[in-house]
Design a binder for this molecule. Structure first.
Ligand code: ADP
Ligand code: F6P
Length: 466
């Protein structure tokens, strides 16, 4: 098996399965994301990415993407049900997002979490050359750092959590909390989106494991584990270039025409997830219509909600509720050929997404809790015309960087309505000065900067793959 000096371990591989125009099945690199971030760091020494290709049964053999070797980890139907849909997405996901839905605890799911984490750790151990750097991603794989250290003490191990890390009063609910913390502490460097998360983690290491801990360092046996905030970002240049393409500009104009040439378009783009605040946003918009503050003909809403984790019960319930509410709003306020809410429950390609961003006067990103929210950053990057108002939840990680957004507490319905009105009525000068400031920030804080700063902190000195 091929061994690399840099190994990324993530639940998903950086490829999507697509059907080509001739009907053939093919794998394509996912746009943006960590792969493009690693590209400039890799030079001529290829890295390996260990991950799940989706589906069940035998792991497919996949071609390299952009010089990165893909090592697929197989999951059985039971693994998917109990690890991915169960412990990862029905226990940890709600618990780490302020328990906005009740986390579900099943002992069987914990067994599966351990089993699958061990499989990933063993695959990473085989893929890493002596003294390699291994970078483990996200909440699906929190036991991997500890397991990997036991298998391969020579490795330099990093762990990055893309989602929030909860405060002690929530995390303490977790039945296997000590083992989980110890798993993460197998890493040399633990990265979070925000410094508050690092603080929560340090407090828990101290309270649950009785370890000496500050917000920067935790002492574990004879080692020191460093912790800190490394806010993730997007490939800003790639999104800017896409948004400038003539086909995207034309498509954006066409979208506005198809929407009936309204004065204002409010857009939201989310995975269909209860953390995203979709219901609260729909309610705010429908009350604005009912109160007479906006007219459907003048101000339309486009809600893109891409299907996600569809076999998890809480996601099925959410989808039913959202669709019922969209139906109610359109039934009550729409006219023939003139719905109030344009609801799209489907994935889109990057060209269509960029065109939607460019067509929207207001981008409403109002999650109840979100580790970062890349959609907010994509919208800012796409507004190469410095137009467009970002209404952003204070509970998204992105709010720490985008203080110039129209910030809002999405739990406060009246506040949400007021902020939407503020953005709708803002002067073009106010909108563009805010957008310019955010775009300036994003140009220097892109995904390359994120990956470089994390890897430099993990391995001080020349870049690990150079
Ligand atoms: P999360 O990680 O919780 O899904 P983010 O906002 O951080 O939330 O990332 C969502 C990603 O999914 C973004 O890159 C966004 O462009 C993409 N995305 C969202 N909706 C769609 C859609 N309908 N079609 C294709 N991609 C989408
Ligand atoms: O940001 C959290 C996250 O779980 C990512 O790890 C993942 O790529 C994204 O949301 C989509 O979720 P899923 O992999 O469950 O489709």
């Amino acid at each position: 098996m091929r061994q690399s000096s840099l190994v990324v371990v993530a639940n998903r591989l950086p490829v999507d399965d697509t059907v080509a125009p001739d009907g053939a099945f093919e794998w394509r690199r996912s746009p943006g994301g960590l792969v493009s971030a690693l590209h400039p760091i890799l030079h001529d020494k290829p890295a390996t990415w260990v991950g799940w290709a989706g589906g069940t049964g035998d792991a497919p053999t996949l071609p390299d993407v952009d010089g990165i070797h893909l090592h697929t980890v197989p999951l059985s139907a039971d693994d998917v049900r109990e690890h991915y849909e169960g412990f990862a997405n029905a226990t940890l996901w709600p618990l780490y997002h302020d328990a906005v839905e009740q986390p579900v605890y099943h002992r069987r799911w914990w067994e599966a979490y351990q089993r699958v984490n061990r499989r990933f750790a063993e695959a990473a151990a085989r893929a890493a050359e002596p003294d390699a750097v291994v970078w483990v991603q996200d909440y699906h794989l929190q036991l991997v750092p500890g397991m990997l250290r036991a298998l391969r003490p020579d490795l330099r191990i990093g762990f990055f959590l893309h989602v929030p890390f909860p405060p002690p009063e929530l995390f303490m609910q977790l039945p296997r909390r000590a083992e989980l913390l110890l798993g993460i502490l197998g890493a040399d460097l633990v990265g979070f989106q925000r410094s508050q998360a690092a603080h929560n983690f340090a407090q828990l290491a101290n309270r649950v494991l009785k370890l000496p801990a500050t917000d920067r360092r935790i002492a574990v046996d004879d080692r020191v584990v460093r912790i800190g905030a490394f806010p993730v970002s997007i490939d800003t240049a790639e999104m800017e270039a896409l948004a400038r393409r003539p086909e995207v500009v034309q498509r954006a104009q066409r979208l506005r025409r198809d929407l009936g040439d309204p004065q204002k378009v409010i857009l939201s783009v989310d995975r269909m997830d209860y953390t995203k605040g979709i219901e609260q946003r729909l309610k705010a918009y429908s009350e604005l219509i009912a109160d007479g503050h906006v007219k459907v003909r003048d101000t339309v809403m486009v809600q893109v909600a891409v299907p996600s984790r569809e076999r998890v019960e809480q996601y099925q319930i959410l989808r039913d509720r959202v669709e019922r509410e969209v139906g109610r709003i359109n039934g009550e306020f729409g006219r023939v050929g003139e719905p109030a809410v344009h609801y799209l429950n489907q994935p889109f390609d990057r060209v269509e997404l960029a065109a939607l961003y460019r067509a929207a006067d207001i981008m409403a990103v109002t999650p109840l809790r979100d580790g970062m929210n890349l959609v907010a950053k994509e919208y800012v990057a796409a507004r190469v015309d410095d137009a467009g108002a970002l209404v952003l939840s204070e509970f998204a990680g992105a709010a720490a960087e985008f203080q110039q957004a129209y910030l809002v507490n999405p739990h406060d319905l009246d506040g949400l309505k007021l902020t939407l009105m503020h953005a709708l009525e803002a002067s073009p000068e106010d909108v563009s000065s805010r957008m310019r400031a955010m775009r300036g920030h994003l140009r220097t804080h892109d995904i390359q900067a994120w990956a470089t700063s994390y890897l430099n902190a993990l391995v001080p000195g020349p870049s690990p793959a150079a």
